[in-house]
Ligand binder design. Structure first.
Ligand SMILES: *Cc1c(COP(=O)(O)O)cnc(C)c1O
Length: 227
């Protein structure tokens, strides 16, 4: 595989974002690109920052710490992977958003360790795959109600991971369902859960995700490649 420079990849992704936004009649400024660097080195991550990426995502604590320790305030930091409660204390004062809130025990731990409200996305298992983490769509509203007990947890949106499939209509359906669920939560007007955002779309499906309302796309391989 030819390794393209990150700037070239980013140009292509931005063109795709413009197209998807035009199609869906959306403002491209609503879309935040999170560069997922879990596959790559510090050097390659540096290239992403130099290309203009200001939001970085990692899915494991070790990778998160390695990149955070190196780049610190040169980026905003997103934790996108399954988070074990005992690891919360190691990243809570470094992270700008956690995309994988999927259980009450985790909300409780975040609340306990944080000194100010932490922006979180509730991860939802829209596709129903047994292998996927996330709250059952039917339980999202009551889950969010329960989180109100934990004032240091602010729910800014919903997140999902679509399955690795090619079927565009099936992917679209999943993203559409997350968007409807977001609208439902938003309409409840919970103080602790403004729920304005949708973290959905990865390298293979971000165009469809944007057409269906994504505000945060998490792009790894298509942006920085894999090493
Ligand atoms: C790895 C990962 C991504 C990025 O995946 P790509 O397909 O390489 O873009 C996005 N979100 C999560 C939660 C991930 O673990």
């Amino acid at each position: 595989m030819v390794i393209m420079d990150v700037a070239t990849n980013l140009e292509k992704i931005k063109t795709d974002i413009l197209e998807a936004c035009q199609k869906a009649n959306r403002n491209p400024e609503e879309i935040t690109i999170i560069g997922v660097t879990k596959y790559v080195t510090i050097e390659r991550t540096e290239e992403a920052i130099d290309a203009g990426i200001t939001n970085l995502g990692e899915n494991r604590l070790e990778g998160f710490q390695e990149k955070f320790n190196h780049f610190q305030d040169r980026a905003n930091w997103h934790f996108i992977g399954t988070l074990q409660s005992r690891k919360v204390k190691d990243l809570i004062d470094k992270v700008d958003a956690i995309h994988s809130l999927d259980r009450i025990s985790l909300a409780k731990e975040i609340d306990k360790r944080a000194i100010e409200p932490i922006d979180c996305f509730v991860q939802v298992n829209v596709s129903g795959e047994a292998s996927k983490h996330g709250v059952d769509p039917k339980e999202v509203v009551s889950f969010i109600k329960d989180v109100e007990r934990y004032p240091n947890v602010r729910i800014i949106g919903l997140m999902t991971m679509a399955p690795h499939i090619e079927d565009e209509s099936q992917l679209r359906e999943i993203f559409k369902n997350l968007s409807l669920l977001r609208d439902k939560v938003k309409s409840e007007q919970y103080k602790h859960a403004p729920c304005n955002y949708l973290s959905m779309g990865m390298s293979n499906d971000y165009k469809i995700a944007i057409e269906e309302g994504a505000t945060h796309i998490r792009i790894g391989s298509k942006l920085v490649g894999r090493e």
